[in-house]
Design a protein around this ligand. Structure first.
Ligand SMILES: [Zn+2]
Length: 217
């Protein structure tokens, strides 16, 4: 049972909240702190589709957190849900709640520490606003969608973690404020349509639409 848990900021991804918890608690990934959260010492630091959520919610009982709310508001589950059949959606959901670590294999996307196209991203104007409000800069969920390269709030390109400048093991959580200068501007896509496409993609986080009307054969 935890007696402290950080505030979750608007559009903050769960990974970022955990990174702040570990930072405030003294380190970015000591095993005993991870054990406090997930009842095990070897959880993978997964940005998009974390697992072990049922244990996390149990340990956050006194903060009135709800696992469905975290799935819907603080992970990329709603985004991937839009592209999966109902059977796979349920399998992914089950894996995220349990301790299963095979979620990415299940839906056919690369796993590992920040695989290609899935490195953490941030908008430098969002970070500037965070700092002006005395908020520790945090990772927005909408910026972590794999195909998103623009902050649609500020209409500017995002910066992406330069993996050649930082070395993590798979159990460490990146606390954004400590690594701001290790991000590089994403290669720019000059298409005028691209901004509107990003805005449409972001809507998938808020909707439940599934393009599949039939289950797996
Ligand atoms: Zn921004």
């Amino acid at each position: 049972m935890l007696y402290y848990w950080p505030h979750t900021y608007p559009d903050e991804i769960l990974y970022s909240v955990i990174a702040r918890y570990l930072k405030i608690s003294g380190s970015r990934g000591p095993k005993h702190l991870l054990h406090n959260l997930f009842d095990r010492k070897s959880i993978s630091a997964t940005l998009d589709l974390p697992s072990g959520l049922k244990h996390l919610i149990y340990n956050l009982e006194m903060f009135a957190k709800d696992v469905e709310m975290i799935l819907a508001d603080n992970t990329l589950f709603p985004y991937y849900q839009s592209f999966l059949t109902p059977t796979k959606v349920e399998k992914v959901r089950h894996s995220m709640l349990s301790k299963s670590g095979d979620i990415h294999t299940l839906i056919g996307i690369n796993a590992g520490i920040f695989p290609a196209g899935k490195s953490p991203k941030y908008c430098h104007l969002c970070v500037k606003e965070d700092k002006s409000q005395n908020i520790s800069p945090y990772l927005r969920r909408t910026h972590q969608i794999p195909s998103i390269q623009i902050c649609t709030q500020h209409n500017i390109y995002l910066l992406e973690l330069d993996k050649s400048r930082v070395h993590f093991n798979k159990h460490e959580f990146l606390f954004l404020e400590d690594h701001l200068d290790q991000f590089s501007l994403i290669e720019q896509n000059e298409s005028i349509e691209y901004l509107n496409i990003c805005k449409d993609i972001e809507k998938l986080l808020k909707g439940k639409q599934n393009p599949f009307d039939a289950d797996d054969p």
